[in-house]
Design a protein around this ligand. Structure first.
Ligand code: DGL
Length: 295
């Protein structure tokens, strides 16, 4: 028999577990960064599957398998909620991961990104840029149209943005040149012809927020750039509160909490993961917090 006291003590134990996040690499740290800001009391366990990145160029069945393996590793370590902090993996595998790990809530980044876009647009004309895998699966289009059936959407794969960010090329003529090569067909060229252009651009890939300045320069004024990170963090905060799983939301309300910790798992090259991770996370990563794992 499970007593009320038993349930509440298991809830307390669960509340202390970290939030798990995974991405193909370090890009998902743009989501982790927003989560740390909005959930300062929580601990996080972040897995970057750097050995098999990029996911964006792989087939959907491969990405599903990778996502299930990454999720299993985090669940095995003990987490209270899972965030798929990768657009490609969310687009390919969210329902499969939810079905496989039904004991915990699994949150993806596509719905929060689509919601941010629908809130930002005034004209209803939205552009979505992402990896080839995300664009091919049309998950963003479906999520936007579910909220706003009258929306018009231009979706474009920009795979080279990922390599550019991985090489630390975030600004300057090369970044802007590549952004123009991809985006002029949606923004510059129609404008020249007096045609309407989208008023909102969704950066539907974990890496793209780091190119925000170069992209903003190319698309010009009057276009709002949105991404999933802060909406995902907000959704997770709400979910934890609803489930009484937020640290500081139980009998310990009012008790001083230590700021949450962050630990990392990576499948390849710890020094590179640490170096690149700092760029995405915006804070130093202590090498002792990074562990090499196999999936
Ligand atoms: N994390 C991926 C995404 O958000 C980008 C990198 C990759 O292709 O693996 O789609």
């Amino acid at each position: 028999m499970i007593t009320t006291q038993g349930i509440s003590s298991s809830l307390s134990a669960q509340r202390e577990l970290p939030i798990g996040l995974f991405d193909s690499g370090v890009g998902g740290m743009t989501v982790l960064r927003a989560m740390r800001e909005q959930l300062p009391n929580e601990s996080f366990l972040y897995l970057g599957d750097t050995a098999r990145m990029p996911y964006g160029t792989k087939g959907v069945d491969t990405v599903k398998r990778y996502a299930l393996e990454a999720a299993a590793k985090l669940v095995e370590r003990g987490i209270k909620l899972l965030v798929i902090a990768c657009n490609t993996a969310t687009a390919a595998a969210l329902p499969d991961v939810q079905a496989a790990f039904s004991d915990i809530d699994v949150v993806g980044v596509v719905e929060p990104g689509a919601e941010a876009a629908c809130r930002a647009t005034k004209s209803g004309y939205i552009a979505v840029i992402a990896t080839s895998g995300t664009i091919r699966g049309r998950a963003y289009e479906r999520a936007i149209l579910r909220r706003m059936p009258e929306a018009r959407i231009s979706a474009l794969a920009c795979p080279l943005f990922v390599s550019m960010v991985e090489d630390g090329l975030l600004e300057g003529p090369l970044a802007e040149g590549l952004a123009a090569r991809y985006l002029d067909q949606i923004f510059h060229d129609p404008r020249e012809q007096g045609l309407e252009v989208p008023d909102t651009l969704v950066l539907a890939c974990t890496h793209f927020p780091l190119l925000r300045n170069a992209i903003a320069h190319v698309v010009g004024e009057g276009v709002t750039l949105v991404d999933s990170a802060s909406n995902t963090a907000r959704d997770v905060r709400r979910l934890l509160q609803e489930k009484h799983l937020a640290r500081g939301a139980g009998p310990d309300v009012g008790m001083p909490l230590c700021p949450g910790s962050v630990r990392f798992l990576t499948t390849d090259d710890v020094p590179r993961f640490t170096r690149m991770g700092e760029l995405f996370l915006g804070i130093p990563i202590a090498p002792c917090t990074v562990e090499l794992v196999t999936l």
